[in-house]
Design a protein around this ligand. Structure first.
Ligand SMILES: *Cc1c(COP(=O)(O)O)cnc(C)c1O
Length: 447
């Protein structure tokens, strides 16, 4: 039962939020246009024309409010009226309908656990929000919306789950045979219903190329509305701010340092955006693995993309982080301001494993490899800033990664949802990486 829309009318609200392209050659777009287009034609990223400021009253009442109310107040200015308030509140409620506990590991370090959603990773938040926005925007159009996703593991599961059973939408997932973990494969292949999974005898890159071909196929687009659920979409990026507010709702101290395990930098960019809206955070740490393009940029001032190298924290194996430009944009492209407000650290696989063992044996807490990168970076920072305390984002459940039990020398407790998953039947169509065959499937599903 919705009793109020929170503080919304008191917000300093832009009447209709516009989004510009970070490359500044494409025209501005409304939230709806930005969601449906995904990326501007000039290959920049959509960015809000102004960053809303939340009121003092909002922050004074933060501790007392429900998660869905907080989410609604945070996102509403960004929607710029593209979705009616009542509908938006329902979308927020469905997006954050699982717990986000802040767990104290030591006196100085707490973990915000973002892995209690359906696919046990933080990407559930963005995927659930985006699917419901897309559903809303597609409702007036005849015919189905086809969402095509190529995945190397985690993203596909979150997107498939986020769109599962959402009316009017058909999801087609392409994944490379024998290249995803057992849990990931089950998450991709056992949903059924409006989710069709194609197991291709190919690499991830070939899956990606086929998805891109479908998105660029103008003949196909005349017969079916095909879109992607790419991580740069504003409807996946912006709702990631929510859980930074949830962390501060539980926090009873001076503004924390927050360490974010970073790959494509969408998560970190959303945290910095929340900070610009008034969320009290003393410092951000971009915690990277051996893929150290951003830590190198902080050291040298040169941004040099590289090919990615494989690490234990494989969801962060990114050599040219697509969302980093949004971080630069938030700081008005002022690098001295950037360095004052955040730092970037690279953590090796040895340090990551050592951190997992240390935290498990001393505090009885099981970190996943991504959270461990953040823990290591934060504890180094706190060694030099002894008065500070901080939070790491635990971005995925340790059970998703086969490496964990070997590293800590113990089994990780299996959540009920995984036990349930192991009993399900894989439903998949195996095929050669042939665009025409995939196109047939799309046209069939569009009917
Ligand atoms: C995607 C992912 C990350 C990296 O998030 P970005 O927003 O790409 O920086 C970190 N940890 C896990 C578990 C992920 O799945």
């Amino acid at each position: 039962m919705i009793t109020s829309f929170g503080d919304a009318p008191k917000l300093n609200l832009a009447p209709s939020m516009q989004y510009f392209s970070t490359n500044r050659r494409s025209p501005e777009a409304t939230f709806e246009q930005a969601v449906l287009r995904g990326q501007p034609d000039d290959k920049g990223l959509y960015f809000p024309a102004s960053i809303p400021k939340l009121t003092d009253e909002f922050f004074q009442r933060l501790h007392a409010r429900a998660e869905d109310e907080i989410a609604f107040d945070v996102i509403r200015p960004y929607i710029g009226g593209s979705i009616p308030d009542e509908k938006l509140f329902e979308i927020c409620r469905e997006t954050v309908n699982f717990p986000f506990p802040l767990i104290r590991i030591t006196d100085d370090i707490s973990a915000l656990e973002l892995f209690h959603g359906p696919t046990l990773a933080f990407k559930d938040v963005g995927a659930r929000f985006m699917s419901r926005c897309l559903r809303h925007f597609s409702a007036e159009r005849d015919g189905k919306t086809i969402v095509i996703v190529a995945t190397s593991g985690d993203t596909g599961g979150a997107v498939a789950n986020g769109f599962h059973d959402v009316e009017g939408i058909e999801v087609i997932i392409l994944y490379p045979k024998d290249r995803v973990s057992k849990v990931q494969e089950l998450q991709l292949t056992t949903l059924g219903g409006n989710v069709t999974t194609l197991e291709l005898h190919s690499s991830f890159d070939e899956c990606q190329a086929i998805a891109k071909q479908a998105l660029a196929d103008t003949e196909l687009q005349k017969q079916a509305f095909v879109t992607s659920a790419n991580s740069i979409n504003v409807a996946r990026w912006l709702p990631q701010q929510f859980y930074y507010f949830f962390a501060l709702k539980e926090w009873q101290d001076e503004p924390p340092v927050i360490a974010v395990p970073s790959g494509n930098f969408g998560n970190l960019a959303s945290g910095v955006l929340a900070n610009m809206s008034g969320l009290p955070v003393s410092h951000f740490i971009a915690a990277c693995n051996a893929n150290r393009v951003v830590p190198d940029f902080f050291e040298t001032g040169d941004y040099k993309p590289k090919s990615s190298v494989a690490t234990l924290s494989n969801a962060m194996d990114v050599g040219d982080p697509s969302n980093f430009v949004r971080v630069l944009e938030i700081f008005g492209r002022d690098n001295s301001e950037l360095k004052r407000r955040m730092s970037a650290t690279s953590v090796s696989d040895e340090q990551t494993a050592e951190t997992m063992r240390y935290v498990h044996s001393n505090y009885g807490y099981v970190l996943d490899p991504h959270g461990a990168v953040a823990y290591s970076a934060l504890s180094d920072y706190l060694d030099d800033h002894t008065a500070a305390r901080g939070i790491i984002l635990e971005t995925a459940h340790p059970v998703k990664f086969d490496s964990v039990s070997g590293i800590i020398g113990a089994d990780t407790a299996m959540p009920a949802s995984i036990k349930d998953l192991l009993t399900k039947q894989k439903q998949v169509t195996e095929m050669e990486p042939n665009y025409e065959a995939v196109r047939e499937v799309i046209l069939e599903k569009a009917k």
